[in-house]
Design a protein around this ligand. Structure first.
Ligand code: GLY
Ligand code: MN
Ligand code: MN
Length: 459
């Protein structure tokens, strides 16, 4: 069996802390969140905390010294709570199971943390999590100051160090992300087959978005994924033009497109896939025309996604193809907006394509990691409106990064826009691991070409 990666990650972080001035990192898992009345949302660990501990019980804290010594605080075993909620790991077992050097009951945080802080020149915590840590940190810092005559510890943000570590995925993470993407791809294929089956049985069927969502969930859970990685988008017809539409009660009818943006979370890792398909399994000519443009835009984005390229290159490549498609189909009027270069420079394409072409993917669907090359000199470049601005270039891609590639076209009715395209929303999204020579699309177990989607839905 492979050695769990958590201890190695803690060592790496400790080395980074050491190089950055030493001190201790204090990191709680996520808070439990009340849903309503006395019901909670299902507990989901904090991504940073889990990355370093592999531990998914609530109310836990990890304290890591820059010499590598790690201390876990966790809930104690309780025969009474075991009856209601099941067993807890408990501090006795934590060192053997999680490889931490020490573990203590949660209740000892207030007693032990001030001394640890008093010995540290720097206290590292994730500033973005401050809303649920700042009270405790302030209390311990004051108590630490009362303990001795050392200079009070400086507080520094642990976020950027952890973000940077998480941006490059190790083998263990990529293997999990591949499995998540395969499960999600299977769910998309299942949803396509479901719709095809319903319309085959009854061409006048009215398929509700929530039925399709249920197919996705069924497939996620039956393969062991814990939950969707984000609220599933299942958008019938015109709803696809609402970018963050959530699966609702609307009906999908023959002749419409269905856009699904859904991915499971498996063992703490997200997948993020979008497919757009015709309800009955046959694209009509107008649907096909726009679909092929989005697919060509994605192909262009894939072609430039490789080590040494920049994260934004995929967006520029996709926009170029989309802009050309907008002119060719008459979505944009050449007489008014000019040629492709003009459409790109003025941002006229944003009427039909208003989001970016991808993001980092990992434990969080919009994963952590800086997008800009902060260590390079700023460059003159065009902004979204075509003005020349001076800003940091986007960052160079490296093997082990994982990105999404997700161009789209969204056509709202407007004067001059050909009516046959009105209300169509199309997005195609895949997950790409950067390899030494290019990128590997790990979500392609669900088809993406017109012919393959039609074949799957026929079969
Ligand atoms: N599903 C969220 C996104 O595609 O960014
Ligand atoms: Mn995405
Ligand atoms: Mn998505």
């Amino acid at each position: 069996m492979k050695v769990p990666p958590y201890r190695e990650r803690r060592c790496q972080l400790a080395q980074r802390l050491h190089l950055a001035g030493g001190g201790i990192a204090i990191l709680p898992t996520a808070p439990e969140r009340r849903r309503n009345g006395d019901s909670d949302h299902p507990f989901r660990h904090d991504s940073h905390f889990h990355h370093l501990s592999g531990f998914d019980e609530p109310q836990s804290w990890l304290v890591l010294r820059s010499d590598g010594h790690s201390v876990l605080f966790c809930r104690t075993h309780s025969p009474e709570r075991a009856i209601w909620d099941g067993p807890r790991l408990g501090p006795e077992q934590a060192p053997a199971v999680l490889g931490v050097d020490e573990a203590h009951p949660l209740e000892r945080l207030d007693e032990l943390l001030p001394a640890l802080i008093a010995q540290s020149p720097v206290v590292w915590s994730v500033f973005a999590a401050a809303d649920h840590t700042s009270g405790a940190l302030a209390r311990w810092t004051v108590a630490a100051a009362l303990l001795g005559d050392s200079t009070p510890a400086a507080h520094q943000d642990l976020g950027p160090l952890l973000d940077e570590m998480r941006l490059i995925k190790d083998e263990h993470e990529i293997a999990t992300m591949r499995r998540a993407a395969v499960i999600s791809a299977g769910a998309h294929a299942r949803a396509m087959r479901y719709c095809a089956g319903r319309f085959r049985a009854n061409p006048a069927a009215a398929v509700r978005e929530y039925e399709i969502e249920a197919e996705l969930l069924h497939e996620f859970r039956r393969h062991g994924a814990q939950s969707p990685a984000y609220p599933s988008i299942v958008a019938a017809g015109a709803n696809a033009c609402v970018l963050h539409y959530a699966a609702g009660n609307a009906t999908l009818r023959a002749g419409e497109l269905c856009l699904i943006d859904a991915g499971c979370e498996l063992d703490g890792y997200a997948s993020d896939i979008t497919r757009t398909f015709p309800a009955t399994g046959r694209f009509d000519p107008a649907q096909r025309e726009l679909y092929e443009i989005v697919l060509a835009a994605q192909d262009a984005a894939v072609a430039v996604t490789r080590p040494g390229a920049r994260q934004r290159d995929a967006h520029h490549a996709a926009v170029k193809v989309l802009a050309q498609g907008m002119l060719d189909t008459g979505l944009l009027d050449r007489q008014k907006v000019g040629d492709v270069e003009a459409v790109m420079a003025t941002g006229a394409y944003r009427q039909f394509y208003m989001h970016g072409t991808g993001h980092w993917l990992g434990r969080d669907v919009h994963d952590v990691g800086e997008y800009l090359a902060l260590d390079e000199p700023p460059l003159e470049q065009p902004d979204e409106e075509g003005r020349t601005v001076v800003r940091q270039p986007s960052r160079l891609l490296r093997p082990g990064m994982v990105v999404t590639l997700e161009p789209g076209l969204y056509v709202r009715p407007a004067p001059g826009v050909p009516e046959r395209f009105w209300h169509m929303g199309i997005r195609i999204e895949d997950d790409a691991v950067i390899t030494p020579t290019g990128c590997d699309l790990i979500s392609r177990e669900v088809p993406v070409s017109v012919a393959e989607i039609e074949a799957l839905m026929r079969g």
